[in-house]
Design a protein around this ligand. Structure first.
Ligand SMILES: Nc1nc2c(c(=O)[nH]1)N[C@H]1C(S)=C(S)[C@@H](COP(=O)(O)O)O[C@H]1N2
Ligand SMILES: [Mo]
Length: 165
């Protein structure tokens, strides 16, 4: 867990914001309201297992994570699959819970997982808390990160490269 941070709300709309950064051309800060307005909304009915509370059933609405991240123009050549396959995404919630996905999991040429950044869970709009990562292909709930504040995209060092840090 890293340091918790309370959501910052857009002063005009009151909608919680989060930041996308890393090895990108443009870092961006977006609100839940921006997610609702600027991208095609998808809906997914999921069930995931929680270690402490058992099976959880929810309906989520929101855009595809890969389309939202596309706005940052990640530092890969979009035409080169091997380059894309080296990227990771780290997603953090306001309580410090964070998890990783590989770009390939969500890339249409690889895993093509319909991972969402949800603006709504069941009947609840997520403007007060922040968006939720939705990973329908996961059997358990640990990567359903709620109250997302930060998303990082970038590469890790090649395994054969000695660390100098
Ligand atoms: N920010 C944040 N999101 C989180 C967690 C957490 O500790 N912090 N726990 C995860 C776990 S373990 C589960 S099972 C689900 C629970 O989702 P629900 O309580 O909304 O059904 O949230 C996930 N998202
Ligand atoms: Mo859980």
């Amino acid at each position: 867990m890293s340091r918790p941070s309370a959501p910052v709300h857009d002063p005009h709309t009151g909608s919680a914001t989060f930041t996308l950064r890393g090895e990108v051309t443009n870092s961006v800060t977006l609100s839940v309201d921006d997610l609702r307005r600027d991208w095609t909304e998808h809906r997914t009915d999921v069930v995931f297992d929680c270690a402490t509370a058992g099976p959880q059933h929810h309906t989520f609405h929101g855009p595809l994570l890969r389309e939202v991240v596309g706005r940052t123009r990640p530092a890969f050549d979009p035409a080169r699959r091997k380059e894309r396959s080296r990227f990771l995404l780290a997603v953090q919630g306001g309580d410090g819970h964070h998890t990783v996905l590989s770009w390939a999991e969500i890339d249409a040429d690889f895993g093509d997982a319909p991972v969402l950044l949800a603006t709504r869970m069941d009947d609840q709009e997520l403007d007060a808390t922040g968006p939720q990562l939705v990973v329908p292909s996961d059997r358990c709930g640990a990567r359903y990160v709620g109250a997302v504040t930060d998303i990082w995209i970038g590469t890790c060092r090649a395994p054969g490269t000695a660390s100098t840090e």
